[in-house]
Design a protein around this ligand. Sequence first.
Ligand code: NDP
Length: 419
Amino acid sequence: MSRVLVIGCGGVASVAIHKCCQVSEVFTELCIASRTVSKCEKLAAELQPKTATKITTAQVDADDVQQVIDLINSYKPDLVMNIALPYQDLTIMDACLACGVNYMDTANYEPENTDDPEWRKIYEKRCKEAGFSAYFDYSWQWAYRKKFEDAGLIALLGCGFDPGVTQAYCAYAKKHEFDAIDTIDILDCNGGDHGYKFATNFNPEVNLREVSAPGSYWEDGHWVEIPPMTIKREYDFDQVGTKDMYLLHHEEIESIAVNIPEAKRIRFFMTFGQSYLDHMRCLEDVGMLGTTPILFEGQEIVPIKFLKALLPDPASLGPRTKGKTNIGCIFTGKKDGQDKTYYIYNVCDHQACYREVGSQAISYTTGVPAMCGALMLLTGKWNTVGVHTVEEFDPDPFLDALDQYGLPRSESHDPVLVD
Ligand code: NDP
């Protein structure tokens, strides 16, 4: 029996809410709150006849801490699921602390305005000290550790697929397969085709910022940064086939490096088609990925926001996308003094997701782990207070829940390694 407040009602939140409504015995009451309340009302109207979960809706601007506090105080949830955007992470964490409620999200904090001089000062210092230049990093949310511990509350960070399930795979490998892990390669393959020449599978702003940034990986205790898309490999993915993949910076590398300190190298690869890369490079070259407002015919316009308005809504890709995703981790290391390799991954079919919840697999593979993470917190299976990433918790009940609710694991003890 629990009351959950979900903030955000986009592609990922919609899947998470669908899945919560399939587990009504735990998610007994749900409030869907977002900036555009009509989206919440539409989803609630669609789901209410099919579920025993009691659904209500609310309007909230989560950039405003007081609005979130007022909403939490009036709804009195046991957990707040932040499935809005990374820009809202800190305001929602502040509101949860003020009201004494547990918190979770699916992506680590990054500012909406990367030109903000105060943020920029801290960012530039971090770039120098840490050695990677992505706009997002864990430092902002890790700074809340003591506050959450003192309040006896839990903040679960980044509980989607990657970040999220990929870290549970790391914790599982460490617990069951290895005495020591030497290398970790996270491989994210989307073999889906939506038929558009260019579209992003989740929020375009967040997606394009991530992909156009320099790549980086963890090696021998420090970051190695490279120009964007300069390390390319080919890999033959189970049930998808051979794809080109590129090394990217990705947020979970930062926390895995802390929590699995013996890992000598941690890399992240994502597959991209040539058409996606050509379009992205061109848009970047002409300034369309910019986040600084420009004056156009007397009106201020943020180029990447304008681009977002032109691109297909990721939530609309569901009916068109065919093919599968394959996301997982390849490990090398030692067990009982012997060298060992291990690959754990999930394969997800875009059309099967669409039939089940009306979304493509990228939203599905993020929304299902968000629901399963909430399930771990609400049932007390994950109960260590403080601010934590997924690999810090017991992976077994979480992976069992993923097996049960739509993202079953596959394994190989003899995988092809990435050179
Ligand atoms: P969408 O853009 O589809 O949805 C975002 C939702 O948040 C919208 O409903 C939007 O409202 C709402 N929102 C935005 N700003 C505010 C605000 N100030 N106050 C209240 N609500 C707001 O994004 P996605 O569903 O694609 O992504 C959701 C999250 O999931 C993101 O943080 C993304 O980074 C993360 N993600 C994580 C992955 C993982 O594997 N861990 C993979 C993919 C995504 P409105 O309708 O008004 O715009």
